[in-house]
Design a protein. Structure first.
Length: 285
């Protein structure tokens, strides 16, 4: 089966590339240079020419702060280009696997968000990602939309790498303790994807799912754990969000409820500290 992976040089795309070993399936890993998903005609042609049966869309505009000043650019990749993929999928009977974010929620409350809970994105990034979800539904193609959160990997740039870098240079770092969520190892998410594809478990399971690692933490707790696990001497100090001036508003609480994904696909999801340890071992050793 021919499977297209878009945005293959990002964190998630790189993890799928790293893990994918089954010779029965033929993965087409494409970067923005190989296939720009904002180009509708190229998307349609690529799918037809290569007899693609599944698209895993790892391409996205993920710069949350920058998006506040670049609505058009963010919307083009997170919404308009997703329409290209969804329409081409519908037309050619392709199954689309797409990713969205905890930032579609507004962050009120203290109970994990379920898939059907009311959305209320606070940032341009969150709004454009939500528009991407909606356009998939409107198109009516066969699709899984997987909302994830706080992704990190040994590939690409992310919070884990930032803390490693800063903690080696600074005596102390301030990190917010009033934004709570769940970190996600992109390796674990990639393993889940490959599992549902290789077993055919995705078939007939269209809809929205939430996938993060197990556990609930603030960014402060996350940073403390990173510093502890690497033995950094740097002090991690808790601070409030309003101590930093940021353009993008972020949800105070964005924990995703994972009951649905665990029940439907009969999976266990690793605890965040265990997955962090594995990633740090790769990064530090
Ligand atoms: N990172 C997080 O914390 C987080 C949290 C929640 C949800 N998510 C979602 O999870 C998914 C994977 O995220 P990630 O962290 O792996 O993202 P990432 O590392 O930012 O990778 C995104 C990739 O998409 C590529 N891309 C951008 N525009 C493109 C275009 N027009 N055509 C083709 N490729 C394009 C980028 O290439 P360039 O770098 O060359 O632009 C980059 O390689 C995304 O849907 C994201 O919204 C991420």
């Amino acid at each position: 089966m021919n499977i297209l992976v878009t945005g293959a040089s990002g964190q998630l795309g790189s993890e799928i590339h790293y893990l994918e070993k089954n010779p029965k399936n033929n993965y087409f890993f494409t970067t923005k240079t190989d296939l720009d998903i904002t180009d509708r005609k190229s998307v349609q042609k690529y799918i037809v020419d290569n007899k693609i049966k599944i698209i895993i869309n790892c391409a996205a505009y993920t710069a949350v702060e920058k998006a506040e000043e670049e609505f058009k650019k963010a919307d083009l990749v997170n919404h308009v280009a997703v329409k290209n993929l969804a329409e081409a999928s519908k037309k050619n009977d392709v199954f689309l696997i797409h990713f969205s974010t905890d930032y579609v929620f507004g962050g009120a409350g203290n109970l994990p968000f379920r898939e059907n809970d009311i959305v209320n994105p606070l940032s341009v990034y969150g709004k454009t990602k939500l528009a991407g979800e909606q356009v998939i539904k409107e198109t009516g193609c066969k699709a899984l939309i997987i909302r994830t959160a706080w992704l990190y990997s040994s590939f690409g740039n992310n919070f884990v790498k930032t803390i490693i870098k800063l903690s080696s240079k600074k005596e102390s770092i301030k990190v917010v303790y009033d934004q709570v969520g769940s970190p996600t190892s992109a390796r674990d998410l990639a393993k889940f994807l490959i599992f549902i594809i290789e077993t055919g478990k995705y078939i007939g399971k269209e809809g929205i799912y939430h996938f993060t690692n197990e556990g609930v933490v603030s960014w402060y707790d996350f940073a403390v754990e990173i510093a502890n696990q690497i033995g950094a001497k740097c002090k991690i100090l808790p601070c409030r969000t309003d101590e930093f001036s940021t353009k993008a508003k972020r949800p105070a609480y964005s924990v995703l409820d994972k009951v649905k994904v665990k029940e439907i696909f009969d999976i266990e999801i690793p605890y965040w500290k265990d997955s962090l340890k594995k990633c740090l071992e790769e990064l530090i050793l």
